[in-house]
Ligand binder design. Structure first.
Ligand SMILES: CCCCCC/C=C/CC(=O)SCCNC(=O)CCNC(=O)[C@H](O)C(C)(C)COP(=O)(O)OP(=O)(O)OC[C@H]1O[C@@H](n2cnc3c(N)ncnc32)[C@H](O)[C@@H]1OP(=O)(O)O
Length: 719
């Protein structure tokens, strides 16, 4: 909807009304068409201002409507009608002008923005391009290079940057609508041709071909198979090389392909999934909108290794005071310096002053006594963590929330060591903790809903995408990774090389395949865990690590690599070789080929040719099957939770939505059939056996992903 009023006798004020972001729904577009016509027809109206209700200009097209039949007036004729208006039209931009919202503003003859507004064309993040003439108008207004940057990244700019780039004409910290009304009145009757962007030539550049070639290479490198950034470059190229009308045709053509693509569907699903995870629930029925978080101002972090340092930085940047505790004096000094440097770099990047005076460094627990929330981030060792939790229980004031940063240890066990287990939750940060967006908030059997609500809110304030999950070995993310990694190891045994497995998964869209990733994070990390689990231990009789453990196939290849001191990048050798310890460039290692040949010969394994399709099916379907298992058990509450975890924590390509969305796209029946096929070939690998929920979903006709929750409820109630 859009409301029309006349202000000071001669200025027509059009207010978009569609909370919360005044998205351009069919009704809003119809409202704009009607009110613009009214303004043009009323002789008393000499100029027009367009603004948004509740100090929000416009968040763009209504993304929810993309999956249905599009109704209402189309955007492009509306935009052209505004630009062609004989009366000056001024956009009063408050809050946001994004996507179609900015395209609407670009149709206006003048743009006035509040200092705090953010502007951008984020369509690429939804698998689209700015197809309401944005790809043709922005380059004409601000030049090719700046337009390419904004359109291919979708980044939002501040009002100050928008002014510098020439997107807006004026920035104010006053009431923007009042300023715009006054300005509109002052330009009534002035000629408008010089204000119509479609009439501008695209500013020439020195070497257009080279510029676009370079831009295309850049987006292809970072897009990991995403098609929208490539289409964005093509659309801007049309703006640079074709007359406006032909450029628009090209924009339309490119958009038509994107709009119906699986990638656009995946990215739009991901947009809503990120918001859905905030509406968390626990098996007890407690949920986000019925529980009040505890107030948190003062926090503490115990242990200032890599994770602890990142957490201190994230908390400080979010405005919390932090007591940073490290018992080793030398480590404390080093941590202090590292944290200060990270804060300075972060502040520089964000254009603010660094916030260090809110951190108190301490080598003892005493200053923790009056904090509201503690995050323990000591080494991943249960005995050590138990000790810290006992100390915290003795020191902290009553009601302090105790969080443990762990990637998989048992929250219930740790909680049982404290007098108030209801105040214990897990917080699984991802390294580097001040950069990575994901946070798994893990509730134990006794964690109170208020404790979970508080941790979720803290995560949100730290700018994280927080997902509440149940307690089990590895929680959701690492638990699903285990069958994926196992398949990667088995494939090596059967004839694949680390390069072949990595390449298949990198072509799928992962930033790194499992072996390059394992070299980066340290192969010894998994080795230590497997030893603790009693897996990577040689049989006393044969001296070899058994290839069957607890009745299941087990591959010791990772353990044997570690026994050679090959821990990955840090030792200069792992699945690959590096030019030096700490080197980053992975090169195939002939040693590995020889090692694998010998290993296969020792165990009577006859290598066979493995194709990338098998790599993808075995690694991904095993991971997906585990995802269904976590849903069945209620460890993950919804498929969106898993997908957000994988996209933000495990580099699953966002244009493929996440593992569960991908399963829906591939077809559940196919996933089940292929799992059964591989399970038949490898009956000693139980993670290849389709789980109950997957079977049940297939049995009822493979309903689409948004209907799985209902099936899960029924299934759980039957258990
Ligand atoms: C061939 C066919 C041609 C079709 C032409 C199609 C043209 C497309 C051009 C476009 O405009 S695409 C859309 C471009 N806009 C965006 O990408 C903006 C997306 N939104 C955001 O980035 C953020 O929501 C925000 C606007 C920056 C606000 O962030 P904030 O953190 O303050 O709030 P949220 O929790 O994110 O959002 C609140 C609420 O609003 C919903 N929402 C936001 N934007 C839209 C939108 N454009 N359409 C529909 N709904 C939107 C969001 O889902 C939240 O809803 P909830 O129910 O409360 O979770």
């Amino acid at each position: 909807m859009a409301q029309f009023s006349r202000v000071s006798g001669s200025v027509g004020l059009i207010t978009l009304q569609n909370p919360p972001v005044n998205a351009l729904s069919a009704a809003v577009r119809q409202g704009i068409v009607d009110t613009v016509n009214k303004a043009l027809q009323e002789p008393e109206v000499k100029s027009v201002v367009i603004c948004g209700q509740n100090k929000v200009f416009c968040g763009g097209a209504d993304i929810k409507s993309f999956r249905g039949v599009m109704t209402g007036p189309p955007l492009i004729p509306m935009i052209h009608a505004i630009e062609a208006s004989t009366k000056p039209v001024v956009a009063a931009i408050e809050g946001i002008a994004l996507g179609g919202g900015l395209e609407l503003a670009l149709a206006c003859h003048y743009r006035i923005s509040h200092t705090k507004a953010r502007l951008g064309l984020p369509e690429v993040t939804l698998g689209l391009l700015p197809a309401a003439a944005g790809s043709q108008r922005l380059p004409r207004l601000i030049g090719i290079t700046a337009a390419l940057d904004l359109i291919t990244t979708g980044r939002h700019v501040t009002a100050a940057e928008a002014l510098q780039l020439g997107i807006v004409d004026h920035v104010t910290d006053q009431n923007t609508v009042d300023v715009a009304l006054k300005f509109a009145s002052s330009v009534a009757g002035k000629p408008l041709d010089a204000r119509r962007i479609s009439l501008y030539p695209c500013p020439p550049s020195d070497d257009t071909d080279a510029l676009f070639e370079e831009a295309m290479q850049r987006v292809r490198r970072s897009a990991r198979g995403a098609i929208a950034p490539v289409a964005c470059v093509q659309a801007v190229r049309a703006a640079a090389t074709l007359p406006y009308a032909q450029g628009l045709e090209r924009e339309k053509e490119l958009m038509a392909t994107l709009f119906t693509s699986g990638q656009a569907r995946a990215l739009q699903y991901s947009f809503f999934a990120q918001r859905a995870v905030g509406r968390w629930s626990m098996p007890s029925g407690a949920q986000w909108d019925t529980v009040e978080p505890l107030p948190v101002q003062k926090t503490a972090v115990i242990g200032l290794g890599t994770m602890g340092r990142g957490i201190v930085v994230a908390l400080t940047q979010a405005g919390f005071s932090v007591v940073a505790v490290e018992t080793h004096e030398k480590q404390l000094t080093q941590a202090k310096q590292a944290i200060e440097e990270m804060l300075i770099r972060g502040a520089k990047r964000r254009g603010v002053t660094p916030e260090h005076d809110t951190i108190t460094y301490s080598h003892s627990m005493e200053p923790v006594a009056n904090v509201d929330l503690v995050i323990e981030a000591v080494f991943e060792d249960m005995v050590l963590k138990e000790k810290v939790f006992q100390q915290l229980s003795a020191v902290c004031k009553p009601g302090t929330l105790l969080c443990t940063n762990t990637s998989g240890l048992d929250i219930d066990h740790l909680a049982s060591k404290t007098p108030n287990p209801e105040l214990v939750v897990g917080m699984h940060f991802f390294a580097p903790a001040h950069v990575m967006k994901l946070l798994e908030v893990v509730y134990g059997r006794q964690s109170s809903p208020r404790a979970v609500a508080t941790a979720m809110q803290l995560g949100k304030k730290m700018g994280k995408v927080s997902v509440a999950v149940g307690n089990c070995l590895g929680f959701v993310g690492n638990r699903m990774l285990k069958p994926y990694m196992n398949q990667a190891f088995f494939l090596l045994e059967e004839g694949a090389s680390p390069e072949l497995v990595d390449q298949a998964l990198e072509e799928f869209g992962f930033i790194m395949g499992p072996f390059r990733m394992s070299d980066l994070s340290g192969i010894d990390v998994g080795w230590r865990i497997r030893k603790e689990e009693g897996l990577a231990v040689p049989d006393q009789r044969t001296g070899q690590i058994p290839r069957m453990q607890k009745g299941c196939r087990y591959s010791p290849v990772g353990d044997l690599i570690c026994e050679q001191g090959r821990f990955g990048q840090k030792t200069g050798q792992g699945w690959y070789r590096y030019d030096k310890p700490g080197g980053r460039v992975a090169r195939p290692d002939p040693w590995m080929q020889t090692f694998l040949n010998q290993y296969r010969a020792t165990h009577g394994l006859v290598p066979r040719r493995i194709d990338p399709k098998e790599v993808l099916e075995r690694c991904l379907y095993a991971l997906i099957n585990e995802g269904f298992q976590t849903l069945e058990e209620g460890i993950a509450a919804a498929p969106e939770d898993i997908d957000v975890i994988y996209v933000f924590g495990y580099s699953w390509p966002q244009h493929r939505g996440g593992p569960m969305f991908y399963a829906d796209m591939v077809g559940l029946e196919k996933i089940m059939d292929r799992l059964e096929h591989y399970h038949q070939a490898h009956p000693d690998v139980p993670s290849l056996q389709p789980c109950n929920l997957l079977r049940k979903l297939v049995a009822i006709g493979s309903p689409p992903i948004h209907k799985w929750s209902q099936v899960m409820k029924t299934l759980r109630s039957q258990l």
